[in-house]
Design a protein around this ligand. Structure first.
Ligand code: SF4
Length: 383
């Protein structure tokens, strides 16, 4: 079981504007920090040489909106990773992009620099819903960005969609999904996010003022289940609670997280998981830059996961995948036997029909998938 990471995440914490539902580590109006941020990332890459001794198999530029940075900066960060750390020839190299922040020239440059997977934040193909969640792009811009990505040679495109938007009903959602399914050629991958109203967001304020209301639970469930059925009909494998892929196009990078394997995170607020230690860098971009320039590793929080806590966390991550957790692999990874450490919880969840043991795999049933938070809660262990 390798502990030396083969996956790297690069966080770009900048956005053109803040979506009303967003509680990610992302900021607007910080263009003046771009150069200093790229230079701090470059310094980090050089310092990471000690920990990253294997060629990377997956690289993921996420955000924020990576594509608000000048394209040449994204390309130079990737070049630095290739030269300093090493990126395998067949690595999956993803960049997240928002429609409206890319065009033929920028997508072409990204593709030429080696990015081979595009994750496009479409969210909805309905202009009125896009406006109602504070997205700044239109349906046409989303469709154009998708088409352009194909023209410049992206052969692996993932689309993000959100459901349970305030005011959205199952018919609206079916229409949104139909729009996605009409993409030609079909997207290789789709991530479906269920909207939740998070503290500190504009939606939280609007909810408190009674301007919007969360979609009720039954409707959420109906939307999720109809998506599962329609995507399956269209040939997508539902391989993780929120993720669907055409055969051969599962996200290799995100699978690292679900298998609880090591990865290295660069940038403000990025998390790393190295030698069973999870650490997070300073979230505020300006403070992060100052810390890196002062020679620090900019870590603001870290915890070592071991024993039962690590086992529990690996099960929680693994149960997100529909194929579930490979128990032998888990034992080799953690040194503990999952069925003895969590025998009471496993038996209780089995009795309730939420998980099942199939061969050497523990996985959620369909009912368990719909109640994943409850299932996961059983494996939470305070370290
Ligand atoms: S583009 Fe993404 S990261 Fe930026 S504000 Fe919107 S949801 Fe948040």
């Amino acid at each position: 079981m390798t502990t030396n990471p083969r996956s790297a995440y690069i966080h770009i914490p900048f956005c053109a504007s803040k979506c009303w539902y967003c509680d990610f580590n992302s900021y607007c109006g910080l263009e003046s920090l771009f150069d200093a941020y790229v230079s701090a990332l470059t310094k980090e890459i050089h310092s990471a040489q000690r920990s990253l001794t294997n060629e990377l198999q997956s690289v993921y530029f996420g955000g924020g909106t990576p594509t608000v940075l000048p394209t040449r900066d994204l390309c130079s960060i990737l070049k630095e990773l290739k030269e300093v750390i090493g990126v395998s020839d067949d690595a999956e190299i993803t960049v997240e992009a928002n429609p409206g922040t890319v065009d033929f020239a920028s997508l072409g440059e990204l593709r030429k620099a080696g990015f081979n997977r595009l994750s496009l934040g479409v969210q909805s193909l309905d202009d009125s819903f896009l406006r109602s969640i504070g997205r700044t792009h239109t349906r046409d811009q989303a469709l154009n960005a998708y088409k352009t990505a194909r023209q410049v040679g992206f052969a692996n495109v993932s689309v993000d969609l959100i459901f349970a938007l305030p005011g959205q009903n199952p018919t609206d959602w079916t229409r949104a999904l139909d729009g996605f399914l009409q993409l030609d050629p079909a997207a290789e991958h789709v991530s479906l996010y269920e909207l939740s109203i998070e503290e500190g967001t504009r939606f939280a304020q609007m909810n408190a003022q009674g301007v919007i209301a969360p979609v009720d639970e039954d409707m959420r469930l109906e939307m999720y289940e109809s998506a599962i059925a329609r995507l399956a009909e269209a040939g997508y494998e539902h391989y993780e609670v929120s993720n669907f892929a055409l055969p051969g196009y599962r996200s290799r990078h995100n699978t690292t997280y679900w298998l609880n394997e090591s990865y290295y995170g660069f940038g403000a607020g990025a998390t790393s998981y190295l030698e069973r230690k999870r650490s997070r860098r300073i979230s505020n971009p300006s403070k992060y830059i100052d810390a890196i320039n002062a020679g620090s590793d900019a870590i603001e929080f870290s915890e070592r996961l071991q024993g039962r806590a690590m086992l529990g966390e690996t099960i929680i991550q693994g149960l997100r995948m529909l194929e579930g957790v490979d128990l032998s692999r888990l034992q080799a990874q953690t040194g503990l036997h999952p069925m003895s450490e969590f025998s009471t919880q496993v038996e209780s969840l089995k009795r309730r029909g939420l998980i099942e043991l199939v061969g050497d795999r523990l996985r959620t049933t369909h009912a368990g998938l719909l109640l994943l938070n409850d299932v996961s809660g059983e494996f939470v262990t305070v370290p």
